[in-house]
Design a protein around this ligand. Structure first.
Ligand SMILES: C[C@](O)(CO)[C@H](O)COP(=O)(O)OP(=O)(O)OC[C@H]1O[C@@H](n2ccc(N)nc2=O)[C@H](O)[C@@H]1O
Ligand SMILES: Nc1ncnc2c1ncn2[C@@H]1O[C@H](COP(=O)(O)OP(=O)(O)OP(=O)(O)O)[C@@H](O)[C@H]1O
Length: 283
């Protein structure tokens, strides 16, 4: 049966740890990071068109149509596959932009997987991830959809199986520019590489945290408040801050207290992304 319409989730990610090992000649940083997904995210709806046009119908404040990672992903896949079909796309956007939870990268990955399915291209995940990497360092992990230890700029992935707690995620109302944090002279860039797997306990720090906390009082405040209840961590280059709890009831209780003054949400950690669970159910 051919399908011409599809709605797919686009989950957030967390960086459970993030170490910066050095800077490459092209300016990008060599990292070691542990990615896990959240059962929380945007939802994209795709409808095939036969005239080759690619159109995103939902407007994004501050992001022109052709700069949107959804449109960029669709255009690249169309060009590289030589497909003559087009697509109409709508998104229900709930993930904050510039929050370090990978919304843009996740949207790009959902688009690649959705169009591969609808256009019946038959590309495998490695090929889609390689295309995705040209759109952003975090796209490959969303394409593969498995919690992973990542090296390089985030593209060398080894599956890992961290615990899957319930998280409270706080969303300070500031957008942090990833480029700005990576160019800060005070950033730690010489962490020793971890050579054993799974990542040994005691390595959960995020090397970006001191620089982000110094620049953004809102992030500092969120870390302090959540830190009263559990280990409070920064994801990516922020702004989001998160902490794990053994069950939903405890996470809900802490969230209710903190979201009186801050924005935030509760979501379950997951080692298989909800995008991949949905795609599996379609096969
Ligand atoms: C920090 C992480 O969020 C960890 O998951 C990601 O590595 C960031 O990935 P991203 O948002 O997709 O970032 P990109 O759009 O690829 O890069 C934004 C900018 O951040 C800097 N950048 C990013 C990733 C990296 N490993 N080294 C860098 O120096 C570069 O100046 C780059 O121009
Ligand atoms: N579909 C999209 N969704 C979100 N942002 C987009 C999208 N397309 C382009 N962008 C641009 O990308 C920037 C980064 O967005 P994103 O949501 O990926 O940030 P992030 O959560 O900090 O990501 P990361 O964790 O990968 O650093 C936005 O500020 C916006 O200008």
């Amino acid at each position: 049966m051919t399908v011409d319409k599809l709605t797919l989730p686009s989950p957030a990610k967390l960086n459970l740890m993030l170490h910066i090992l050095g800077r490459r000649e092209d300016g990008y940083h060599e990292l070691q990071t542990l990615f896990q997904f959240l059962d929380y995210g945007d939802e994209l709806t795709f409808a095939v068109r036969d005239d080759g046009v690619i159109r995103l119908h939902t407007e994004f404040e501050g992001v022109p149509h052709d700069s949107n990672l959804i449109v960029k992903a669709a255009k690249k896949l169309q060009e590289q596959s030589g497909c003559s079909l087009g697509i109409d796309i709508w998104i229900d956007k709930i993930l904050p932009m510039g929050g370090g939870i990978g919304g843009g990268s996740s949207n790009a990955a959902t688009t690649l997987l959705g169009l591969n399915h609808l256009w019946q291209l038959g590309w495998d995940l490695d090929r889609l991830a390689a295309l995705g990497l040209t759109l952003g360092a975090d796209v490959p992990v969303f394409v593969h959809g498995r919690a992973a230890f990542a090296e390089g700029v985030g593209e060398k992935l080894t599956p890992e199986y961290p615990e899957e707690p319930w998280y409270v995620v706080l969303v300070p109302q500031v957008s942090v520019s990833t480029a700005e944090i990576f160019s800060d002279p005070l950033l730690t860039r010489n962490s020793s590489p971890i050579k054993v797997r799974p990542v040994p306990k005691g390595n959960s720090r995020n090397d970006c945290l001191p620089v982000v906390a110094r620049r953004y009082p809102e992030v500092r405040n969120a870390l302090n408040l959540l830190g009263n209840f559990t280990e409070a961590k920064l994801t990516g280059t922020g702004s989001c801050v998160f902490g794990g709890f053994p069950n939903k009831a405890e996470a809900d209780k802490v969230s209710a207290l903190l979201t009186e003054t801050l924005t935030g949400f509760v979501a379950k950690g997951s080692n298989v992304s909800m995008l991949h669970r949905k795609l599996q159910s379609l096969l």
